[in-house]
Design a protein around this ligand. Sequence first.
Ligand code: ARG
Length: 468
Amino acid sequence: MKKLWGGRFTKKTDRLVEEFTASIGFDHLLFEEDIRGSMAHARMLGACGILTPEESEKIIGGLARIRDRVRAGEIVFSVEHEDIHMNIEKLLIEEIGPLGGKLHTGRSRNDQVALDMHLYVRARTVEIVELLARLQQVLVDQAERHVDTLLPGYTHLQRAQPVRLAHHLLAYVSMFQRDAERLMDSYKRVNTSPLGAGAIAGTTFPIDRRMVAEELGFDRIYDNSMDAVSDRDFLVEFLAAASLIMVHLSRLSEELILWSSEEFGYIELDDAFCTGSSMMPQKKNPDVPELIRGKAGRVFGHLMALLTTLKALPLAYNKDMQEDKEGLFDTVNTLTGSLRLMAPMLESMKVNGEKMRKSAEAGFANATDFADYLVKKGLPFREAHEVVGRMVLYCLQNGKTLGQCSLEEFRRFTPLVEADIHRVLSPEHVVESRNIPGGTAREAVLETLAEKKRMVAETFRWASTVNR
Ligand code: ARG
């Protein structure tokens, strides 16, 4: 088969070379973006008088028919035409005749592929922001139900101080908020049109770069043709943002796995999100959070691979850059799949508030509060720390919690304790006494909750107004 670029060649391409250099096996995923970009390009060529209005319309009509046929699954792309761009051009020539060959006027595959990638990442950026907001929404709803559910907060995975479950869940809402903001910020840079940069130096045709950019919903155009065709920073930013989201999802997953173990027993994941064991009939495994935790690694890998591909590449386009695609596509699949499952999994999980509360009472999570109590009665903190430490040891030896000790037992350790001690050491009092912004008191948590609700609504609004 004759290549679109076959003019200066005297020999057929080696079959292995064809297979090695082709990207159609994965960049067929860009067909929507490619056709959309080509339609806008053809319309602009017509408007600028580079094509006649009839030529421009015929090309656009042909592209629309090809798009329908691809969507209907009627097209088999060919490795001989290397990539999505040349496959579509070839199909267009078959569809409307030699006129199809005019589509590539004033354009190169270098600015074309850059355009496709910008369109692709722009749309995925908005989708992922929406998925993050949806996940935040679920977390906020659960938080609202569990303002008064207390559990131990952990440091070093040892019981530290009791917290409200709402407070714990809202920590994740804050993480996902930063993730959404990172993507909304990178959107500004991804929404820049490279079209018109040609292969490297622009084009001799009097094209209108701004017109085609506007038609495609871009806010601006690259101001340097060499940067336009060699920039893949927007992909690195996307992969970096995706990596952090996977970090956050993996931490949440890890907690769901721990909390649903019999040892913790804090939550039960819905049967719909778990699987059984082929051998052990009693097992209900948290495969979904395990897989999300496990899949984080491949996303980090794609980020590192792309950075490595780009490092030390001379300007401008180099074929190395074709390697940007598979990792990106896999990242989008992995990330959207994880976000889509995390939300309903959290929504449907059952919370065992009893068990959480028992643990909050059991583990001396109120020891700091006892020490603070003594300090407020005038004891230096270091001495208070010592008194409480000795009393904790006493409790451990006698199988009790601090709250289970009588006033008389407390007084054996210090005369400063009064009748209010049991109230002060209750988990409710412990969380309630931290009434500062970002703290665990009811008022502070409710305030954060309301603020997060506003932010989530704002994110949804952003996603519904930007171009994708
Ligand atoms: N398939 C190529 C890629 O993904 C498209 C650009 C090719 N340009 C070129 N001059 N070979 O990067």
